[in-house]
Structures are given as C-alpha cells and as structure tokens.
Write a protein of this length. Structure first.
Length: 219
C-alpha cells in the first residue's frame, strides 16, 4: 500500500487511510508532562505523522520483520507502525529503544491505550545496547541529532556519537537489512550517507522540511 501519492494531508488522511485517521484522531494518547494531549494536533504536523509514515513506507517492511525504533521518545513511530501494519494485514514486531526511563514509561502507557501486542519498549543506550536475535529494519527518526545536550530530557541526542551508534546497531542488522534516517538537517543526512555508503546502497530524498536517507545492507 502506498501512503504518499500526493502532498495533501487532508486528502491523504480522509481519502486514502480513513481507518488510520480514525484510530489516531479520536484517541487522546500522547503523554506530555503527564498531561494527555489530543493526537489530532500532531496529525497537522507534516514532519510528525507524515515524516514517520514515509520512514515506514521507505523501509518496505515484509511479513515477519522486526523493526527497531531507535530513539523512540514517546513511541509515536512505533505505535503508528503497529497500527499501519494491522490495517494492511502485515505481521511485524516493533522494538522501541530510548535513553530515558521516563520516556519508556510513557511509551508503555501509550501502547496500552491502543491494546498493541506487537510493540515492546526498553530503556537502553544505543551506543552500547545488545540486541539478541537481530532486527530487519532500523529507523532513526530525529534521534541522530547534532545539537547534542541542548535538551537532554526532551529527546535522544546522539549527534556527536552518530558513528558509535551506527557502528553498534549495524552489528544487529540482518543480511540485506534496511536503515532509515530522518532529520530536519540535511548536513547530518549527508554525514550519515558518507558513513554508510561503503557497505550500504544509499538513497536520499526530501520530505517537506525534512530529509530521508535509506540504506540497504549490501550483504
């Protein structure tokens, strides 16, 4: 199923994916500072919902794939991926990893509201994490940032250690597995492109005010 046939968010949600819009737009599930926020607000953010959906689509998940949401924050991408898979009849396992325990606790609360059984969340450092069994797809949605340390309690910022993060997580990527990196800063995407291009088939594209890198393992 193709999600991105046009750039109209209204047409996208109302005409192409009514089930997904219904599930997302009618449930107050986002926990911010202990206060539930209406998810419909985030539906209006191109780099929020659409960026995550594009990352999922570019990864081209197959039935049975294990997906790592690397630096998952409050679990937005993980939950969106699980709902997407359910709607199109795809069996996936999603693992969300975040550096902060507070974020993981909110991830678990949010997933419980959707009664999701194929999503797991863990607190760990991507620089040193060990993934038993490996994963097929790794998605870094604004979790490899250069402004490391500016807002350490808001989101994972691994910008100064991107090489350590990628070197560690690549070890657990399956043969011909896929890495997706999304960010609002193109220079970070270019750095990651140069870093991965020797062992991966890399492609880049723009999305609204963000940039996407897809890297497929060559062997």
């Amino acid at each position: 199923m193709k999600f991105f046939e046009n750039n109209s968010i209204d047409q996208f949600f109302y005409e192409k994916n009514k089930q997904l819009f219904y599930k997302l737009g009618l449930i107050n599930f986002i926990q911010i500072d202990e206060t539930p926020q209406y998810f419909g607000y985030y539906i209006d953010q191109y780099d929020g919902i659409l960026g995550r959906l594009k990352a999922i689509e570019l990864a081209s998940p197959k039935d049975g794939d294990i997906i790592l949401d690397a630096g998952c924050y409050y679990g937005f991408l993980s939950i969106l991926c699980a709902l997407w898979a359910d709607i199109i009849g795809l069996k996936l396992k999603i693992i969300g990893i975040d550096l902060f325990e507070k974020n993981i606790n909110k991830c678990k609360k949010n997933a419980k509201l959707f009664k999701l059984s194929n999503v797991e969340f863990y607190q760990a450092d991507l620089v040193s994490i060990e993934l038993i069994g490996g994963v097929d797809i790794q998605i870094f949605y604004r979790s490899l940032r250069k402004d490391v340390g500016k807002q350490p309690e808001f989101m994972d910022f691994y910008g100064t250690n991107y090489d350590k993060v990628l070197n560690n997580t690549i070890k657990y990527l399956s043969s011909k597995g896929t890495i997706i990196i999304y960010d609002t800063e193109n220079d970070l995407i270019e750095i990651c492109y140069e870093f991965l291009n020797k062992e991966f088939n890399c492609t880049k594209e723009t999305l609204y005010h963000g940039f996407l890198l897809k890297a497929v393992k060559l062997k």
